[in-house]
Ligand binder design. Sequence first.
Ligand code: ZN
Ligand code: ZN
Length: 257
Amino acid sequence: MAYLKTLREFRSWLSVLRDRLPLACLLCRSRARGGLCAHCRQAVGASMDTGGGRCGRCDLLLPPGRCADCPDCPDCRHLSPALERVTAAFDYAWPGDLLVQRLKPQGRFSCAPVLASLLAARCRALRARPMAPPFWCEHSTLVTAVPAGPRSLVLRGYNPAGEVGRALARRLKLEWRPGLVLRDRDGRDQKGLGRNARRLEVRGLYYCSGGVAGREVLIVDDVMTTGSTLSVIADALKEQGAAKVWGAVVARTPARL
Ligand SMILES: [Zn+2]
Ligand SMILES: [Zn+2]
């Protein structure tokens, strides 16, 4: 097991180095520390500052006239009560969507730490707001990721959500627990499916391996569309005794008006 510790230390050292070295910006290719220049970082984060109200529970940008305290968020009505709160680094819109596409279909493994740093900044900002609803409470909170299906693991060779989750846990100084949520079969591709079809599709797809009794868990995913996946996983974690379940996603799909 000594080699595992060495590997962990090496990865940690590598992530510190990555944050400090000038690398090519993933969007504009200019030299930038941490893989994203200040201009592109600001452009990606701008989707969260569009001035409109954002749901205080699922981070959905609400239609004009609704505020964070409105009880009628179209997505929250369908979320499992087991899921406390979800936050996102940015909306799934240009130019942030390009980063997600680099990580997933284009297989750019190196995007994960950049996305994790954007998500960590959003989590920290949320926790620093004194009047905001609470985000995870305990320093002993476990971080895990939505598992990929066997087919996409074979095709890509890695789980995009897992790579972001591991880098996020390191940045937030929380314990990373891969394999807390398991999935042993593929589901249908959810692209283009409506809310009800998505919920039926993910039901029974995920289960918890245990070891969460009394613990708070932060689940990490790349994109949240309706929240069906996070809801099903939150239910599975709660059934195993998790105290509270939170969600952190890289990108939040805006409401379909
Ligand atoms: Zn740039
Ligand atoms: Zn909501």
